[in-house]
Design a binder for this molecule. Sequence first.
Ligand SMILES: [Zn+2]
Length: 366
Amino acid sequence: MQHSVFDHLPWTGKDWGELWSHPGGLPHALLIAGPTGLGKRAFAEAIAARLLCERATRAEPACGQCDACRWFSAGNHPDFRWVIPEADADELPVEEAQAEKSTEKPDKKKSKQIRVEQVRALADFVYVGSHRAKGRVIIVQPAEAMNAAAANSLLKVLEEPPSNIYFILVSDAYRRLLPTLRSRCRIILLNRPEHQVAADWLERQQPEANRLLNITGGMPLSALAAAESGWNKIVPALENSLIDVDQDELSLASAWEILLKNADSFTMEDLITLLQKWLSDLIEYELAGRSRFFVDSAQPMKKLLARTSTSVLLHCYNQLLSARPLANHPLNARLFLEDLAARYLLTFAQRPTSRLQTNRPQAAHS
Ligand SMILES: [Zn+2]
């Protein structure tokens, strides 16, 4: 028996029920939105499977046993298409594909956009009748990866959709989509799980991942992915490096460099994201006496706060924001790290405000 998406991701059960009991029925275009790590893609796939399934009725999930369900899970149902950026093609959520997932780094030349040619290439699929009786389904993911021409091309189809065709757009950042495109879709903002629901779910998947639930903003699939990428070791090591503010910037930069070199799954951008979370925790701890991401670090945070102030922390936070666009292609990665490290350490210098304006060279990007 097939597990339904809400057995699999229990927090999606309410959204699933509402979707199928909507008085307007199912529209031609759905937009599944919400932050990364909620299970939007799995939810979209469950809808697609249910639409194509030849046995399920109403709000039942796909049966998992009929021909249509078998083709769908094997990734070759003739009435189903993925539209994804070329760069993501290796990540198609077909079980076999995942099992054989290559450890090679993605080819940088592959486009991260969904191009207009990909949308135009759907014409035959969209305007020709379905192979089976259940209609045709297209998942576009992530929808915000469509460039302007692709989005306009899709909009034309959605303005006069052929019967029995369903578009399911999936987006982490749906406000970036063309308003005209959004207005053609029914938007489903997937509910976030309660912390305990997410924690219980992770406990069943991979108990180790629970330690990463807070750091990933309470998003269970992000926590699971992080655990599978070895973040259970990376995060405590990073934490240790951040607690020791008496080291010099060279040794702090080296500590970060080692983390980056040892794990493909930990990028410069991830480092900046975690630094920002650390700083925002410090600020929140100072202002409200609690933290959100590094919840087990109350004691070291207390010590750090004695050496700085909210305004200096904010200053450092803003510097990270401006460094962020450079994170994926710094001119010199080592200098970039040293610069970040120096800025971080200055935040905890004894009289930080008087020293902030002084002689730190802008090593990485000058
Ligand atoms: Zn079925």
